[in-house]
Design a protein around this ligand. Sequence first.
Ligand code: NDP
Ligand code: 8X3
Length: 254
Amino acid sequence: MNRTVLITGASSGIGQACAWVLAKEGYRLALCARRTERLEALKQAILTDLPETEILTFTLDVRDANAVQQATDTLPADWQNIDVLINNAGLSQGLDPIQQGKLSDWDTMIDTNIKGLLYVSRAVIPLMKNSTNAHIINIGSIAGKEVYPNGNVYCATKHAVDALNKAMRIDLLEKGIRVSAIHPGMVETEFSEVRFHGDTDRAKAVYQGVEALSGQDIAEVIAFVLSRRAHININDLLIMPTAQATGTIVNRNK
Ligand code: NDP
Ligand code: 8X3
């Protein structure tokens, strides 16, 4: 049977691109996010192009520990073996100095990027027990490798993902589950629109004059990482646009 991948945050950006790229490689797709209608539209679009693809969609807010457990406990019988988990759901909220940060923004980032990733991993890892080729991909960020002005809490959550990636690698070693972190720099998705609470002009300015990465660029690297022979684990990759040297040093001369 083809490998089954569960992708969190598949309704947009990197997660959506992973769904497309892995569908083309013959994976069975279990796709979740909060925006169900987006998942349904994605499913239909993939089925139009690639009618053989097996796709399961379900609504999930990764911040809700009970909902995460319930969703994985009630997966249809033929979806209870998961080979690949892509912990992609995540977001940034605000870009404020720490003394002015909004508590609700902090809670949302911590609950989604750290606690959500933990809840999903804890619920899905038992579903990998029959897989002969199990692999977890954790989506970190350049923000998990360095900090930048006003990035404070978002950077802290992605540093936590970096730490959890290393910790999972140790704890899951005996189970033979591969664990890899993908740390992108600037990727043009809905990320900045979400960070700036729907301010599209401010979001557009982030990508002005620079060729950012696309979700597809990241998804293709993930497909490569997943396709290595079983004795190879790519622990950690930092992937930047050519025009971006650090979180904040960007050549905008495009
Ligand atoms: P998008 O905003 O385009 O996509 C984010 C996805 O996460 C959406 O599908 C969204 O779905 C989902 N999501 C957010 N909150 C929740 C939640 N509580 N429960 C379930 N799903 C949720 O951004 P990206 O594709 O860019 O972001 C994907 C990942 O990549 C994130 O972890 C982000 O931190 C990381 N990243 C992004 C970079 C960038 O520059 N864009 C760079 C480095 C890392 P929905 O709203 O439907 O629930
Ligand atoms: C998203 C990229 O540079 O805004 O993780 O932190 S950045």
